[in-house]
Design a protein around this ligand. Structure first.
Ligand SMILES: Nc1nc2c(ncn2[C@@H]2O[C@H](COP(=O)(O)OP(=O)(O)OP(=O)(O)O)[C@@H](O)[C@H]2O)c(=O)[nH]1
Ligand SMILES: [Mg+2]
Length: 293
């Protein structure tokens, strides 16, 4: 049996979370078109007859001096240190600039086996893939560079083959039917955050966090009561999330409800969702400690 922890690193929106969901064949980590969706190191566990890969989906690596961003960078960097192998996922639709180079520089300092994969094969033009490949092979002359589409599930098996080649022999760390270790409250808050951030534009997705205030749940109970808050930074943003006549929050609630219900098969779920403003929470260490741990 083989068993490895694998950190997945890449620029924001390169498709890291989409890839772990494709590999695990279920939604383990939320995804969105807006960059900086993932804010925690999310474990996604894949097991087959070869063994187990404990994949860590990390926040997209973006160098910035903002308080929250420094914390996200730290989460990504420490995930690398703890891993047996690294999967570096690259988006060929964007040319490599300072952001991509900061990841290359970071990876060049880390002495952990590396697999590189160019994602979005389904929409990238051949010349974009060629340009990305040339850039990557100049930086990592001996590395394996694969191509895939996390969205269409093409080339993903080849990535798994390479990762298992690098995996050390070892016993499974998780039971074989486990696909994540995220606490329920966290999963619920992430589902709601995904629905909320995809319902707004511009800077608002970044100004949102979600807090589950109450989760009344007993193993035998027939119904589950969830009370959660979508928190934004300003009153004006609150109005945008709530929408005209409450239409916005209603849609977020419905979409969240559909997915949260799947976490409690056979139970009756009630979801009470409200929006509130908390100025400058992204600079508030207590909030950041709570949501980015
Ligand atoms: N066409 C296409 N789109 C993709 C593919 N993989 C991801 N995407 C899209 O790219 C966007 C970002 O995907 P995510 O999986 O959230 O990206 P991420 O790397 O986890 O982003 P962060 O969490 O912000 O770092 C979403 O709109 C995805 O649907 C792919 O293979 N093909
Ligand atoms: Mg992500």
């Amino acid at each position: 049996m083989k068993c490895a922890t694998v950190a997945i690193i890449g620029r924001p929106s390169s498709g890291k979370s989409t890839l772990v969901n494709t590999i695990c064949e279920r939604k383990v980590s939320i995804t969105a078109a807006t960059p900086q969706t993932t804010r925690n190191a999310i474990r996604a566990i894949f097991t087959d007859q070869r063994g187990q890969l404990i994949l860590t989906d990390t926040p997209g690596y973006h160098v910035s001096e903002q308080k929250m961003n420094l914390r996200l960078q730290e989460t990504t960097r420490s995930s690398l240190q703890d891993s047996d192998a690294i999967l570096y996922l690259v988006d060929p639709k964007r040319s490599a600039g300072a952001e991509e180079q900061s990841i290359v520089d970071l990876l060049l300092t880390v002495k952990i086996p590396l697999v590189i994969a160019i994602n979005k094969q389904d929409i990238a033009k051949p010349e974009e893939i060629a340009e990305t490949r040339a850039y990557l092979s100049a930086a990592f002359p001996t590395a394996i560079i694969l191509e895939l589409s996390a969205k269409d599930d093409t080339g993903v098996d080849e990535v798994l083959i390479e990762l298992f080649k690098l995996a050390p022999e070892g016993e499974l760390l998780y039971p074989e039917d486990t696909y994540t270790d995220q606490p329920l409250e966290f999963r619920i808050s992430e589902i709601i955050r995904e629905k909320a951030i995809t319902s707004v534009t511009d800077e608002i997705p970044h100004a949102i966090y979600v807090e589950v205030a109450d989760l009344e749940y007993a193993a035998e109970a027939e119904s589950i009561w969830v009370r959660a808050f979508i928190i934004v930074e300003r009153e004006t943003q609150k109005g945008i999330v709530v929408g005209r006549g409450g239409e916005g929050i209603k849609k977020i609630r419905q979409a969240s409800f559909k997915e949260i219900r799947q976490l409690f098969p056979g139970k009756k779920v009630q979801l009470d969702l409200r929006v509130k403003a908390q100025p400058k929470w992204r600079k508030n260490r207590i909030v950041l400690d709570r949501i980015l741990s």
